[in-house]
Design a protein around this ligand. Sequence first.
Ligand code: TXA
Ligand code: MG
Length: 372
Amino acid sequence: MSGTRETRIWKLPPGLSGSKESLRNSAEILGAAEVLQRGGLVAFPTETVYGLGANGLDAHAVAGIFAAKGRPADNPLILHIATLADLDQVVARLPAQAAHLAHIFWPGPLTLVLPKTENVPMITTGGLGTVAVRMPDHPVALALIEVTGVPLAAPSANTSGRPSPTEAAHVAADLLGKIDIILDGGSTGIGVESTVVDCTGASPVILRPGGVSKEALEQAIGGTVEVAPHLIAAEEFSEGPVRSPGMKYNHYAPKAPALLVEGQPPDIFEQLTSLAVELQAEGEIVGLMVSQEMVRYWQERAIDTGKWQIMCMGSRRNLEEIAANIYRGLRDLDNTNATRILLEGVPTSGLGLAIMNRLTKAAGHRVVGDGN
Ligand code: TXA
Ligand code: MG
């Protein structure tokens, strides 16, 4: 099941994604669907990040996902569906609030955790009696699910622990020789994964912040939406039951040790600068992922940044832009010779909650500065 595979990379002609019909009849989608039907592994773009897909109802195929990623067996997968009718075969009960959220946010970056049916093998759900489901908002993903004709189990298409892939090249860097096909549909739009919401209790609980903000969920529900305690207190990872098993694992980690600096300008700019200067004086090669405002701050003060490896993640005033760039930035930093990494924090409103969740994990929970 593990072992080597010849990975074919199929670039989808740009513009093909415009027409649903031509996409469904394309050689790439038909060929990939056939491989999936035979139990193979296909990486495909979604609107959040690339997913590594297999037939989610075929235990043997799903085992291939865990092997290719090196993913712990107790970390459950998300099933991707193309129409609401697909829910019936995988979900035993659809509470009214979950139906409401699906109606508002699907297709889109929202994953609902619901009671599973017998059809869903235990390996897909990491041994849980619940199943995570989402309908992605990407023409390639939707066409692939439709033509394959089964829900696709698909975690992010990275080696376990590495940053999620937002480009086909990131998938290839991690999984070449381990999967059958990479469908290259260009860069994904949102850049952070879906929001995972537990809908099995009396009221919905956010298990992982993502592309749909807490504020948007609250507006849809007409009330407050709870955030799982493990997202607020980092330390509890070691003890007690974990509601979203994926959250306890070290994720997105660059190879060099990273530190996340929180706070508001100008304090955050001053702190980042002095940390970088100190580390350089200690002989470290400093890598930084910062906002364009930070870069401008250095330029205006004529700070010598010549020895620093700098990745710009976009404007602090545009969290969409930052979300779209953080995983690429972390991977690019990994490809430099940086020995220490500094990450600039952002406010936690809107998409900021998901961005800070990922940056905190990338930093292995090493955080300094004033939160907000
Ligand atoms: O945007 C996304 O969600 C991407 C794209 C490919 O769809 N997928 C993704 O999958 O991020 P993955 O496997 O990297 O993350 C799935 C998350 C994990 O944190 C996992 O623990 C949680 O969803 N999860 C899955 N099934 C669950 C369940 N039954 N109960 C609680 N959490 C669950
Ligand atoms: Mg992942």
